[in-house]
Design a protein around this ligand. Sequence first.
Ligand code: MG
Length: 376
Amino acid sequence: MSSSADVPRRRLAILGATGSIGRNAVAVAKAYSDRFKTVCVTCRSHGELLQVISNELSVRYFYCHEQPEFSNLASESELYSLLAGPEVDVVLCAIQGIDALKAVLTALRAHKTVCLATKEVLVGAGTWVMATARKYGGTILPVDSEHCAIFQCLRNEEHRAVRRILLTCSGGPFHDHPERDLHAVTLEEAERHPAWNMGAKITLDSATLMNKAFEVMEAAWLYGLSESQIEVVIHPQAVVHSMVEFVDGAVMAQLGPTDMKLPIQYCLTYPERCPSLMRPLDFTHPMTLEFRPPDTRRFPALDLAHQALRMGGLAGAVLNAANDAACRRFREGTLAFDEIVPAIAEALAHTPAGEADSFEALATATKVADDIVGSL
Ligand code: MG
């Protein structure tokens, strides 16, 4: 084993540094400053926090998309040049939503390693992203805890040895409460997650199970599997982060504390494992792990992921854009909680022909989704 002293520090860009994943990435980068040099941090609108982070990590470049006064890069294109250039080795992408796509493609084309937390880029443009990584020799490492777990279970395993993937799902605040009237769920209730402390968008997506639907698609793209090979298992304790079942019937699972710093650290230090400051799981006290199938009647989101994967083309882009539009309407109070997923299904049924291989095609998909969801 080599000590970190003989390894040159990896130069890191953290995109979306002020969000929930981003702040965890900053904490990891800080804890391992002997391994990483953070050269660039970005955010959308929290310029002041970005400045604090920049100072803390002595970051050379910082960019706030909506507040140029908190940026020392002149434009988005200057940021992309930096990501593609010789000063950055690893891009950790924690930007929310499909907006991250340009940065991800830019980094992959420059054959960089992208530690990807933004599942929407795979949901909306999976073929494009994976083809770009292959063509230019870019590497995607999954930060999403489930996909990082699968990645760990698949180390040194052959693709054909995999029978299926079992994505664990905490269920969100309503799955295990069949008595709850989902029509009456308020925004405040939907934004409270029982297991993970996350940003508002992903918390709402977790409550509808759209987040897990996205993760089904994310897993299909990352691991080159068919939709029928991916199953979701409700696991309220969120200790098993996901499992892989092999053709011989063996199931490998990855367990660990519920903290996003772990998958972030795993991706950043990959292929090495490093000691962490995290409190390990405590097996000296009784611990119960429960697993059960999801209630797809009350939570039809998961079916939409399988449907979108079977459809291909722009279906994922429509699914993602329709979710954004429907969640916007729920936040505005013009759509009930239990109307979010049916609205997305309606948009999916109107998916236009075409492939998700250009920003124009994605804009078309977004427009269709916005129009359908807006008309309901
Ligand atoms: Mg996840």
